[in-house]
Every structure is written in structure tokens, then in C-alpha cells.
Design a protein around this ligand. Structure first.
Ligand SMILES: CC(C)(COP(=O)(O)OP(=O)(O)OC[C@H]1O[C@@H](n2cnc3c(N)ncnc32)[C@H](O)[C@@H]1OP(=O)(O)O)[C@@H](O)C(=O)NCCC(=O)NCCS
Length: 399
């Protein structure tokens, strides 16, 4: 117990009901006990913290043991931080910083090369060395006028199915997709069961889940509204371009639905398939997965690269001591990264390195914003080519 009366400690079983209430107070909805049980299966021992004030839990956070696909298809163990909450009665007194200091000590001790999170607000986590690594676009597709180009294939093969009866197929397609997609996450059975439980609380005012199934993909969606209804896609997973086209043709065939809303990545080919690409309107562009490289050499050596590169990086870490100076040599797609005393070619902070890591952001843009600093413009172009990812990065699922 500190002089302030606050105590930071590992979670004990009796804390969970209080944590559930604090989470609901901040996020506006009580998490279903079954959903909580599903997520708890992914929390390693010693990975959950609370701050208490007398009998009350006033701060909480934990990390999940996640498996993240990085460019090239290697799967890296990642500590996925979630349930970050501080009571409205205890804000801006350093509780988040206190929890994060301890939580990242534990993440480092457990030797995770990368920590990850999804953020409620964009201004919180950069100071802790997290950079936004994937970009998510919100699209509203005006289905009424959407027509496929005459030269767009029509592969067919889509079936209307009952979601709860096809978990195994969805999981198999998802697993093929995530194994190849930077940002993809292994999804355990407990989370599939949770998704397909399709509880009222998860429907955001929409219908029960509908599903379309293809040999290489699926769509889970809900309908919303009355009068003109619209579709909100919960998840569209296509392992092949043919599955992507077939599923979109089926969605666009829903004559009585006014529009289709979906979250996707910036390289989604749908606009190229339509006679009028403007019918795919981007209504928002936001960050999705945030990464903090805990072990810079291990993380940089895990992924593959698009071009050769030789560079000395000076990486700043304003939160912990995980930065430093590193010689990065990339040959034939593989990197060797070692600490060095050599003069740096490029200076950047850990959050900028996190933004580059999955190829979701370009060195050129970061350099123009002075977030990546060098005198060598040609080197920045080489970094673009090296760090770019052939497969666009996309987050597997929110956590
Ligand atoms: C976000 C939240 C966890 C911050 O907790 P807190 O205990 O008030 O934060 P701290 O006092 O430890 O602040 C740590 C640092 O983050 C900054 N910060 C905190 N909340 C911030 C916010 N919402 N936006 C921008 N900066 C923020 C503080 O200014 C402080 O900066 P500094 O240490 O560099 O000076 C808390 O406001 C909260 O629970 N919000 C509602 C739930 C939520 O959004 N959780 C995050 C889910 S991803």
C-alpha cells in the first residue's frame, strides 16, 4: 500500500466482478460473463493487474497471449494489452502510467518481442512507444446502383448458411487468411464460440447474424434499420480474389438493402470491380492495430523485406530502455539486426518503427512529418521498398 492509499497488484479471483463493473462504467456496456470467460482463457498467469483504492478497483489492464502474423508469414508471440481502464474518479493521476510500467516489465520478462493493443483514442499510446501499424477504412457501398464491370469474373459458389452450423469452415478459411496476412491473429476456439454465440448485446441494434459461405471464404453480417434496411458486415474473409468477388457479388445482390457497410483495408480491390468506383464511399479512416517493439532486433529479424537495405537506426524510447542504436542489414528478404556504436543514418522513435513494421505506413510520409530523420532522401526510398508488404496488413480481430 502506498501513501496515496492506492495499491498496484496482480489480479485475484475476487477482483473480476469489480473489474467487469469498471469496464462497463468506462465503455458503457456490461460484458457478458461468457464473453469474459472466453477472453480470460487467453490471459497468461501474472498478466493481469489492478489498482485498488481501499475496497475498490480503480484501475485495471491485462495482456493476452496472441500469435501475430508478420510480413513473410512468420508468426510471432505478442502481448496484446486489453481492458485498460481507470475510474473516472481517479483520472490523470498517473494510474495508467503506473500500470503500464509494471505491465511492460512483465511483458519484457516473459520475452515477448512485440506488445500490441487497439486504442479507444488516438492520443494516448504514442508516448508509450506504440505506433499505429494497420489502417482501417470504413466503407459505405451504395448497393442500389453498384454494377460489376463486364470484364469482372463471376465465380459463383456462394451458399446461404446458418452461422452456428459452419464454425469449422469459417475457422479453417480464417486460419488460411490470417497465416498469410500481416496483422492476422490466431483465433482460438473460445473466441469463435463467443462470436457465433451472437448475443443480443453484440448486435448493436441489428439483426441476428447471417452468413454466406464460399469454398475459400465467408461473410458474417447483420441487417440494420427499417424502411430501407442496410447491411453491416461483421467479417468478410476471402482467401482468394475469386472468393472476394463471389462474396461481394452475393452481397450486392441483396436488392432490398440500401447500402453495405464494412471495415476494410486500403488495398481492398472492390472499387476496381465496379463500373462506378465512387459508390464505394470511405466514411472514415482510422488506426486499428498498434505495435510497440519490445525487442527491436528480434522483431526486425522476424519479418521478411521487399528490398536489400543497409542502415544504422537510432531508435528512441521515451518510456522504457528498449530503444538504442541498431545496425540493420537486409539481404534477399532476411534481416540481421545487431546493436552497434556506429553513427546513425536514420533517427526515429519506437512508435514510428511500430508504424513501419507491418508495411502499413511509409517511411517517406514519416520523414516528411519529421518523425523519421535522415539527410539521405534516397535511403528513405529504400526503406519504403524494404518495409513495404506485398500482402496488405490487416488486423485479424479486435481485442
Ligand atoms: C485512458 C485512461 C486509461 C488514462 O488513464 P489515466 O490514469 O488518467 O492516465 P495517466 O494519468 O496515467 O496518464 C498517462 C499519460 O497519458 C496521458 N493521457 C491520459 N489519457 C489521455 C487521453 N485520453 N488522451 C491523451 N493523453 C492521455 C496523460 O496526459 C499522461 O501523459 P504524460 O504521462 O506523458 O504526462 C483513462 O482515461 C480511461 O480509463 N479512459 C476510459 C477508458 C479507455 O479509453 N481506456 C483505454 C482503452 S484502449
Amino acid at each position: 500500500m502506498s501513501a496515496s492509499g492506492l495499491e498496484l497488484r496482480s489480479v485475484s479471483e475476487g477482483d473480476w466482478p469489480l473489474m467487469r463493473r469498471l469496464d462497463a462504467t468506462n465503455f458503457g456496456q456490461l460484458v457478458d460473463p461468457a464473453a469474459m470467460a472466453a477472453w480470460r482463457t487467453m490471459i497468461p498467469n501474472g498478466a493481469a493487474l489492478v489498482v485498488t483504492d481501499g475496497p475498490d478497483v480503480v484501475g485495471q489492464s491485462f495482456y493476452l497471449d496472441l500469435q501475430l502474423t508478420v510480413p513473410g508469414g512468420v508468426v510471432v508471440p505478442v502481448a496484446g494489452i486489453s481492458w485498460v481502464s481507470v475510474a473516472p474518479t481517479h483520472r490523470r493521476r498517473g494510474l495508467l502510467r503506473m500500470m503500464f510500467t509494471e505491465l511492460h516489465d512483465r511483458i519484457a520478462a516473459a520475452q515477448y518481442p512485440i506488445a500490441a493493443l487497439t486504442a479507444s483514442e488516438g492520443g494516448i499510446y504514442g508516448r508509450f512507444g506504440y505506433g499505429p501499424a494497420t489502417v482501417s477504412l470504413e466503407w459505405a457501398v451504395d448497393r442500389r446502383w453498384a454494377r460489376f464491370r463486364a470484364d469482372a469474373p463471376d465465380p459463383g459458389g456462394v451458399r446461404i448458411v446458418t452461422p452456428g452450423e459452419h464454425l469449422d469452415e469459417f475457422a479453417a478459411h480464417y486460419d488460411r487468411w490470417r497465416a498469410n496476412t500481416p496483422g492476422g491473429l490466431v483465433r482460438p476456439k473460445a473466441l469463435w464460440d463467443d462470436l457465433l454465440a451472437d448475443r443480443d448485446d453484440d448486435r448493436a441494434g441489428g439483426s441476428a447474424l447471417f452468413a454466406l459461405l464460399h469454398a475459400d471464404g465467408y461473410v458474417l453480417y447483420r441487417t440494420h434499420g427499417s424502411g430501407p434496411r442496410h447491411i453491416r458486415v461483421v467479417e468478410l474473409t476471402a482467401v482468394t480474389p475469386a472468393a472476394h468477388i463471389a462474396l461481394w457479388r452475393a452481397l450486392c445482390g441483396m436488392d432490398l438493402m440500401e447500402r453495405i457497410e464494412i471495415a476494410t483495408h486500403p488495398d481492398d480491390p472492390l472499387p476496381y470491380l465496379l463500373t462506378d468506383a465512387r459508390l464505394v464511399r470511405t466514411t472514415a479512416a482510422t488506426d486499428d492495430l498498434w505495435l510497440r517493439l519490445m525487442d527491436v532486433p528480434a522483431a526486425l529479424q522476424a519479418r521478411t523485406y521487399g528490398a536489400d537495405l543497409t542502415v544504422v537506426l537510432e531508435v528512441g524510447d521515451g518510456f522504457r530502455d528498449d530503444g538504442g542504436r541498431f545496425a540493420l542489414q537486409i539481404r534477399d528478404g532476411r534481416a540481421v539486426c545487431t546493436p552497434t556504436q556506429a553513427a546513425p543514418d536514420v533517427c526515429l522513435d519506437l512508435d514510428a518503427l511500430g508504424a513501419l513494421y507491418l508495411g502499413g505506413h511509409r517511411a517517406t510520409a514519416l520523414a516528411a512529418a519529421h518523425r523519421l530523420r535522415t539527410d539521405d532522401a534516397a535511403l528513405v526510398s529504400r526503406m519504403d521498398r524494404a518495409f513495404g508488404s506485398e500482402v496488405p496488413a490487416e488486423l485479424g480481430f479486435a481485442f
